[in-house]
Design a protein around this ligand. Structure first.
Ligand SMILES: [Zn+2]
Length: 286
């Protein structure tokens, strides 16, 4: 945090230094178009092939073939979901929350892509529909579906509160991945990564820059829908924070289940082909 009483006085040209024009770090105009219109065009005839229920304070996994859609649905009451994605054939390729944030901003919506980890760096999924896209940024600078939080975890909880809480999203995702893959818990844990906070409403304090959360504006019937660019394994945790309006990492908040539906279209979107891993040579100048 920046000190309220700095040790060092501002130089005479402080205002001028602060006033220089900012530029976007990663302009995305050179990215190939996401192709959302073509994806939506085949969505109408898509057939539902699976439905996965995520119990409150727990997680569940699901599989989505490349070229299919998956929809995360709020069903009974306001609930935040913590999403992990892996390449179904290689768990080392996983969702890269940090680079997704660098490319698309702190909060994602329709047309944004969820990118995979280095050295792959390709779209794993593209957001094709978001019933909360009307929210925008509110008076607190907050919005929904962030790629800034990391997931609630028992280590940070222990650090800050001293107690043990086992139904944090990190532990929920770890148990769910271990159950799906048969990996020992310790090994499954190493594959759990920074999440997309589905339906969570978050921002940064203007005064201190601290990570803030507000009660999610999501209501039953709202959903966030994706087009799977590659064969995926997903895991979704119904956060113990519920709507994340008060606290997480406890059994205090009212929690609800979430639902994940997978739809397979009759034909692939026009012009779409599964993205290849980054063509960078891997030389690294050595
Ligand atoms: Zn959580």
């Amino acid at each position: 945090m920046k000190p309220l009483q700095p040790d060092h006085p501002a130089p005479p040209d402080a205002q001028a230094r602060r006033a220089v024009r900012p530029v976007v770090c990663y302009p995305v105009e050179t990215l190939p178009p996401a192709g959302v219109a073509a994806m939506r065009a085949v969505r109408g005839g898509a057939r539902k092939v699976s439905e996965t229920w995520v119990p409150p304070r727990d997680a569940a996994t699901f599989a989505v073939p490349a070229g299919a859609f998956f929809r995360i649905v709020c069903v009974e009451g306001p609930q935040v979901g913590d999403l992990n994605l892996w390449n179904a054939h290689d768990l080392s390729e996983r969702f890269f929350s940090g680079k997704t944030r660098a490319l698309h901003g702190t909060h994602v919506s329709t047309g944004d892509r969820l990118w995979s980890s280095l050295p792959h760096l390709r779209p794993m999924a593209t957001i094709v529909d978001d019933t909360l896209d009307w929210y925008g940024f509110d008076a607190h600078g907050a919005s929904v579906h962030d790629v800034i939080g990391t997931r609630c975890d028992p280590y940070t909880h222990r650090l800050l509160s001293g107690g043990e809480y086992h139904h944090c999203c990190h532990s929920n995702l770890t148990r769910a991945l271990a159950a799906r893959t048969g990996l020992p818990l310790r090994e499954a844990e190493t594959h759990v990564h920074d999440v997309l906070n589905v339906f969570m409403c978050t921002g940064f304090s203007r005064e201190t820059g601290q990570y803030l959360m507000k009660a999610s504006p999501v209501r039953p019937g709202d959903y966030l829908e994706f087009f799977a660019e590659t064969d995926l394994i997903g895991a979704l945790s119904a956060c113990p924070g519920g709507d994340c309006g008060q606290e997480h990492s406890s059994d205090a908040a009212r929690c609800h289940p979430l639902k994940v539906e997978v739809f397979v279209p009759q034909a692939p979107p026009e012009g779409w082909s599964a993205p290849l891993p980054s063509p960078y040579s891997g030389g690294h100048g050595a």
